[in-house]
Design a protein around this ligand. Structure first.
Ligand SMILES: [Zn+2]
Ligand SMILES: [Zn+2]
Length: 225
């Protein structure tokens, strides 16, 4: 898959109010899901993509439910049918095939096409981010945002060769974490009226930012596999 990398898009994401990589991936994942929803349509029953989906044994748990949320019941039934047929073949145990091992094999070989595309796009953004942070101007822009979530910080640091950039990223992360901890503390402190009316936007967003900081957006793999 060829992904168009736009430097401006990555720099804009610095100010998305969340992890820039998570923010960019959210839109990409939605676009990819829409693509698969299109493919799940009845008239694509014999398409290459549909074939690819069957060969990869379907989506992972997370992406199947995300797919279902967008496609609705008919699209899910269409895709489900093809995969269920494969399971029925295994359960028939033809030619003395071991049904238990067949099932294990089926799920072991599950290679979610959405996870694969997302990993490729994610790696592209991280590479772009590292190259952008070569410049002081971009570092200033990065510092004005909320910085990376911890999983994306780890994945980024692995690819950085410049020690000054490593220090910059760690320092920024520490500062944002301290700010976030303070926001969350204030948010809880101002839980009841009349203090509640004094909650700032950053305090109101602290619960979401705290969770995303710790584990990345929904579906993010915390460590490299
Ligand atoms: Zn992230
Ligand atoms: Zn997946």
């Amino acid at each position: 898959m060829v992904v168009k990398m736009e430097k401006d898009k990555v720099v804009d994401a610095f100010l998305s109010g969340r992890c820039p990589i998570c923010s960019l991936l959210r839109q990409d994942e939605f676009d990819l899901l829409c693509h698969w929803v299109g493919v799940s349509d009845e008239k694509h029953r014999t398409s290459n993509d549909r074939d690819k989906l069957l060969k990869s044994r379907g989506f992972c748990n997370y992406h199947f439910w995300e797919f279902e949320r967008i496609s609705g019941s008919y699209g899910s039934a269409e895709v489900g049918m093809g995969l269920i047929e494969e399971i029925i073949d295994i359960l028939q145990g033809e030619e003395g095939g071991n049904r238990f091992l067949g099932l294990l094999e089926h799920y072991r070989n599950l290679d979610c096409p959405l996870c694969a595309d997302m990993a490729e796009i994610e790696a592209g953004y991280i590479k772009e981010l590292i190259s952008l942070l070569d410049s002081d101007e971009n570092r200033r822009k990065y510092a004005a945002g909320w910085g990376l979530c911890v999983p994306h910080l780890i994945k980024t640091i692995i690819g950085v060769k410049d020690d000054s950039l490593v220090s910059f990223l760690f320092e920024e992360e520490k500062e944002k974490m301290e700010q976030l901890e303070l926001n969350a503390r204030e948010y809880v402190h101002k839980r009841n009226a009349p203090l509640r009316w004094e909650q700032t936007d950053d305090e109101k967003n602290s619960w979401f930012r705290a969770i995303e900081k710790l584990v990345g957006r929904r579906g993010t793999k915390i460590l490299l596999e």
